[in-house]
Design a binder for this molecule. Sequence first.
Ligand code: T4K
Length: 368
Amino acid sequence: MSRDNVFVTRPYLPPLAEVLPYLEQIWQSHQLTNSGPFHQEFEVELARYLGVDHVSLFANGTLALLTALQAERVSGEVVTTPYSFVATAHSLLWNGIKPVFVDVDPVTFNLDPSKIEAAITPQTTAILPVHVYGCPCDINAIQTIADTYGLKVIYDAAHAFAVEDDGGSILRHGDLSILSFHATKVFTTFEGGAIVSPDAKTKRRIDFLKNFGFADELTVVAPGINGKMNEIQSAIGLVQLKHVESVLLERAAIDARYRTMLNGIEGITIPVQPRSRRHNFSYFPILVDSSYPVSRDGVFDLLRSHGIFARRYFYPLISEFPMYRALPSAKASNLSEAHRLASRVICLPIYPGLADSVIHKIGELLRA
Ligand code: T4K
């Protein structure tokens, strides 16, 4: 293996020659943003690829989350997970909403539905679950609770691009789902995101909200934000769509290779493959148990010393950050499974082009 550093992920970039004709068109037309032709085409093509009816493109996933909460008029308290990237809970604080953390399921890493009801109060208006690592949440259980208590469900599906269950795209569930196309994601437009809506009326409202609230040149219907994806991002998205299937295949092969290499190592747990009809292999988490001779952080440092920059997604838990830790629901005793996972997890490198020698080396290091 070369001594070049290896990171947890490396964005897939399509051949530059395929992007240049799009850039030339942008340079000729001078249409740079505000729902230009590539933006319109990408929305249609992306919806077709994902198998959903209505997509609204965004400049990034965080703006999509902020806008989704506005679009559904979510307020008061929202039940969510501490085991995610901070943007999930930050989107609530930015909307003046109080996050209420609920513990996660130790197998799926996702919100544990059996613990949601106890966290609901008269102020609760929604549930914000995350399909962590692209592993689908227990959608039926969450929807049943939401229906019983009259709550909205907004899925943070930032990790769940192209994931499907038996009925089709995982993104069709809940009131809205949001995606991220950040550089570190399976599908990237450098920065980018989207909201998947169930109907044209909701999409229309979201499209107003992401454009300052403008309904037409003279009419502003809501205090909207600037969440628009630009023409370069949209063009890159169009080119990326041509390659995404081979990217997913390559990720699946790396996942399988890791499973073989790491199989049977005492003290290293590999989470079970999600039962979804189609998985996206966006992350490769492993758990370092107390029976393993080295601590999780010891493994992290060992890999680092060999130039392998794995990541402890998601440690610390969101509930541990200063703006959240005073919340009653942030108490460690309320989130014991999330704490156990956060103290054991390491996400290993997974991306197209990852050399087999790196996987082999990681296997050897962990076995030794
Ligand atoms: N909800 C969830 C559940 C999320 O995970 C995220 C984002 C969001 C919402 C918000 O979506 P966005 O607003 O971001 O669209 C990264 C990303 O910045 C973040 O997008 C992502 N989740 C989160 C899980 O990871 P960092 O701080 O770990 O990224 P960074 O810069 O340390 O990158 C990790 C490694 O990736 C680097 O060591 C090298 C490699 N890399 C990174 C970049 C940016 C590249 O090779 N090229 C690059 O351009 O947060």
